[in-house]
Design a protein around this ligand. Structure first.
Ligand code: MSP
Length: 494
């Protein structure tokens, strides 16, 4: 008998700098990556989600000094734990967490560097120019705004030293061909155009090492130099050997250049396959303002999880901002979505349905015919397509649209007025089926809520699958009404 091979899906988040705690911007990338990964699990794919921390930055050194740590590694250990903790609280189900100070990473990065070297793409040269430690990037005059790095509002450092160079220019035409041939390689389209223009303008060789740093991964052929952080950080994606090439590198729009130019060129040089897709999402403002420490508007995800629960935040991220565009975060709109959509629509649908089943049918619905009217707008293939195209917002909007249909179905059928038990069983069985399917569909977005719904429906909580989203699969079930799914948060006005 032929055994069908399970399809693989490998997705990555960027690895995060540890000079600061996670905030709602960094959590955004990771939560959406987890939602996408879980959707692929629903599809029954062999899914791998990779995340981690980018620890070898000069920013790590500065932050550890500022906090009074006399041992940088101890500081890194302390911060890595904090990131891991936040991901736990947000229910991020990653398969591996790479810390770039781990030996396994140092080895992998050194070997990768040697592959570039052995391929004669590394040479020693003199570098003179500007370096922004905030970006950990060399900047050109054109990048600056009034002499400052536009992102970090700081004057870059003038560096003049002997460095190892990577022959990026050698790969210009290959990368151009790649972008022209594979129109889906960089998404969204606007980002692709941006990079395409950049490559067309010409690629120069880049310096891939720094002298006299005490923190970082040593260049294997020169112990006086450290590997440029972006070169070794990008290598983190190669750790899950069996899953490479990645199906999707997810990130914010600020770091698309190293991912779409430097990374493919190095992979060509080292003889690896390329990732299949690179998607850059937009940036968050908070109440219309850029998030920054000096403005004091940096929001801690833990504060939000404590107040609203992980699922409400995950939902909000997916629902509020068309994926790929910039957006604004406000607690007010998070609360409104939780109250109006999660509590009033989803929570209410479950509780009113179960109340009716418990009151009128002794808590049990029996399998019966499916009422097509209820399911007419439920298009699983369409939802799957949205997720495939990374139209995350459209997918969750579609699912919530179905929940609204269900509430309308309750209102239209008025089950509390139906005296005939068989007719009543039919309406309620259909609603329970709708809830069962909803719990599968929301699993990637709100895994905790999905589990709670199943429990109340009396369904054993196995890993849900997209294939089970067909109405009519459920046999009889004995329900067990529990706590409300979402407690509404009222304004504290007295
Ligand atoms: N360490 C590099 C990535 C190396 S990957 C080989 C880095 N780290 S970061 O911590 O600065 O940023 C990580 C991610 O957080 C990026 O995808 C970035 O776009 C995202 N965000 C940081 N601030 C953000 C917002 N305000 N809004 C949305 N995303 C934001 O870059």
């Amino acid at each position: 008998m032929e055994i069908k091979k399970q399809k693989k899906f490998y997705i990555t988040t960027p690895i995060y700098y540890i000079n600061d705690n996670p905030h709602i911007g960094s959590a955004y990338t990771t939560v959406i990556a987890d939602i996408i990964a879980r959707w692929h699990k629903l599809r029954d794919e062999d899914t791998f989600l990779l995340t981690g921390t980018d620890e070898n930055s000069q920013k790590t050194v500065q932050a550890s000094i500022n906090l009074g740590f006399n041992n940088i590694q101890k500081y890194a250990d302390f911060m890595a734990e904090r990131w891991i903790h936040v991901w736990k609280r947000l229910n991020i189900e990653y398969n591996d967490f790479i810390r770039t100070t781990e030996d396994r990473h140092k080895n992998l990065a050194s070997e990768f560097f040697m592959k570039l070297y052995d391929n004669k793409d590394i040479y020693l040269g003199k570098y003179e120019g500007l370096y922004c430690e905030g970006c950990e990037l060399f900047l050109s005059d054109e990048d600056l705004v009034n002499g400052l790095c536009p992102l970090h509002k700081k004057e870059p450092k003038m560096i003049s030293e002997q460095n190892y160079y990577f022959k990026l220019s050698k790969y210009q035409s290959k990368i151009l061909k790649l972008l022209e041939k594979n129109k889906k390689f960089i998404q969204p389209e606007s980002r692709r155009n941006e990079i395409l223009n950049f490559v067309k303008a010409g690629l120069k060789d880049i310096s891939v090492s720094r002298q006299s740093l005490r923190w970082g991964i040593t260049v294997p052929i020169d112990d006086k130099q450290k590997i440029w952080i972006w070169v070794e950080a990008l290598c983190n994606y190669l750790h899950p050997k069996d899953y490479w090439p990645a199906d999707l590198h997810l990130m914010g729009k600020d770091i698309i250049r190293p991912h779409t130019i430097v990374w493919p060129a190095m992979l060509y040089s080292a003889g690896y396959k390329l990732p299949k897709k690179i998607f850059a999402h937009g940036f968050f403002t908070v109440n219309g303002q850029k998030m920054s420490k000096s403005l004091g508007n940096v929001i801690d995800p833990i504060y939000l999880v404590d107040k609203y629960g992980a699922d409400a935040i995950r939902y909000y991220y997916a629902r509020e901002i068309p994926f790929g565009q910039d957006g604004d975060f406000s607690e007010e709109s998070l609360k409104n979505r939780m109250n109006n959509e999660l509590a009033n629509e989803l929570g209410n649908l479950l509780s009113r349905t179960l109340t009716l089943v418990e009151k009128n049918l002794d808590g049990e619905v029996k399998k019966t015919a499916i009422d097509k009217r209820l399911f007419k707008n439920l298009k699983i293939k369409q939802l799957d397509k949205f997720m495939e195209n990374l139209e995350i917002h459209n997918a969750i909007a579609g699912i919530m649209g179905f929940v609204q249909d269900c509430n309308k179905y309750v209102n239209d059928n008025k089950p509390w007025e139906i005296k005939d038990k068989e007719k009543l069983n039919k309406v309620l069985y259909n609603l329970i089926e709708a809830l069962r399917i909803t719990s599968i569909l929301i699993y990637p977005f709100m895994p905790e809520t999905s589990g709670k719904i199943n429990e109340q429906l009396g369904i054993t909580n196995e890993l849900p699958k997209l294939l089970e989203c067909t109405p009519g699969l459920l046999e009889s079930t004995k329900v067990k009404k529990g706590d409300v799914l979402f407690k509404k948060l009222e304004d504290k006005k007295k």
